[in-house]
Design a binder for this molecule. Sequence first.
Ligand code: SF4
Length: 726
Amino acid sequence: MKKNIIDVSDLNVFFERPSGSCRHILKNISLGIKRGRITCLVGETGSGKTIFMKCILGLIQGFPGIVSGNISYNDMNLLQNIESYWRIDNGNIVESKNNSNRQFNRMLSKRLMKIKGKQIVMIFQNASEHLHPLMSLGKQFKKVIQKNSPRIHKKELRQSIYKLFDRTKISYLLHGSSPDHIYSRPLSGGECQRAMIAMNLAAENTLKLILMDELTTDLDASTRDGIIQTIIKLKMAYQDLTILFSSHDLDVVKKMADDIVVMKDGKIRQYMSLNTEIPYGEQRLEVWNALFNHPDTILHPYTFQLKEALNRLEKGKLNQLNPLNPPNDLHLYCPFEHRLSCDTSDHISCLQSDDHMSKPLTYTDKAGLTHHLSNDIWCHKGMSASTSQTIHPVEIAEYSNIRAIIQPDSSKIPFLSIQNINKTYITGHQNERKVLCNINLNIYPNEDIAIIGDSGSGKSTLANIIVGLIPADSGTIQFSWENTRYSLHDLIKKKYRELFRRRVQLVFQDCYEALNKKMTVGEILERTTQLSGRKPSQIDDFLTQLNLVPGEIKYKYPSILSGGEIRRIFIARAFLALSPDHSIPKLMILDEVTRGLDMYVQEIILNFLLLRKKIDHITYMYISHDLKMIKMMSSVLVITFGGRIWEIVATKDLETASSMIHPYTRHLFNPDPDIILNPHIGQLCPFIPLCEMDEKCKDVPDFKLKLTPNMIHGVACHSHLTGKPE
Ligand code: SF4
């Protein structure tokens, strides 16, 4: 049997634009994916990870991309007979041929259909988009099970469906109803991911290769750890199974990776392969951490950047970054030259950033175990992992008006007051789901708050209600400016709409959908400045502060930008839309603003937010799963679960008062992947599985303000803060 389950050689993918120009997405990729191992692709959005996986599955065949090269699965060449060639002049395709005619496509499809869904499956990044919105989960599971076991008995089929709900820990969704009544539309990102995994597990007996694309991107820490545990258990149950897992987060993959492939701008930059048997989980994490920090390990400059940014964010520090040389097909020099203090006197050698070197490492850990690492780097020099980088920490604001936030202070006027907000979604046949329940919150100028909680806890719904995109079922929202109170109901009317837009903005999770695809970036931003009254020259300032090159990016359409670029363009647009008047309190709601981005781009965005806060006096409301970022950037944490607020605590008190913190908050920061909480709040407190109290509480507690000599604290719990059940 061949050592590699997939062999890729010289894979190139071009995407052709309507203008005739092209974008080189994958550049001469050659990679062997070893059988029975977990290979993790790491790199930022736009580095080509998803396209690479789609090529393996034959999803980019002729359209929309021009593909060349070879991909073989076992001995079957998946790209056989494709003859593609192109001639590119000055960034434009002047001649291209892609011999993927209909007849060939049919042949290839037949071949792929035999193995797709049975031997190779792919779990896509946005699971919710890949689940059928009009077909219940029960029916979708049934179809997959029947495809793999056509003669399965009705009773057995039903049991298998329930088993899949159980194995992926989403059985609470059933909540007394049948799987045939559960639809994907109202489910959270994490629940959709689990449903998608469940569906693919239906073919586990015949599975040879699972492609998992950014599976943990949208998830909170506890759900993410739960998914990683599920993957590890699956791998341990099927030794021969190969998993190709992609993530932008180096930290996520270290618990399970046998091989790590670092990608950037469509190229493989580093390939690290661990040749020792180490149990998956914490032990593996320790070994990878030791290897990434070992003085003899040589890293590609990009890998080094990822590692360093991760270390900094873990310590709660941000670095003042140097301007970035953004990726460009026409670059003469290595695109990493400006990121690091490379010795540029050697430019001639660096004309080719494809130089390859092998730097294996053997290292013995404290327990006396020897580990072997094969390490290939596509770089002229590489960097020692122990190279010290000068940190220029940026100033992170300290403020806390938590008393007023928890209990409205009559001497101060909140500029946003949320009272008794309720929202319910209809989730299917006679099913409804309460996503927000009696939400009360006051926000004061310059008090940055973070709303955190599991996926599906109603955070994004609240953001959409605040900006008037969806109506609440009941409750009121009021804004105050210049001693005048405006209800949200008035602000969304035509008369006040402009005033509202210049004071409150929302950066969406999915920014791409919110940009006009028919306008260039420059046109989008110019239109925004016309409406907000800002000077057009500020466009260039904002783009530069976000490490984008205005002269290049302004002429591009959103469809050709990477995820990191789109997010930064949208952030620039949202800030340009705000009024330049410093005396007016403004609110920027940032919904998962760093989601899916590599650590380096995250740092750029966080630097920008701090800079604009200093200049424009904007108050931020963060909605995020990224607890490291939240702890660093916000002064008050609002902890939500199942549509309710359970705790409001000053960020600085999190560590010092850990014994008084609600069990759920502790679980968020220190998740136990084996505990899955049921977000359907019934008569009992939903945190009983987490609670150490002997005397279990019988009912769901109310939210109360608790005062201790050192802290002001709001919590919904019968006993925490006092230490005894009340
Ligand atoms: S003490 Fe009671 S209210 Fe508080 S988390 Fe435990 S069970 Fe829930």
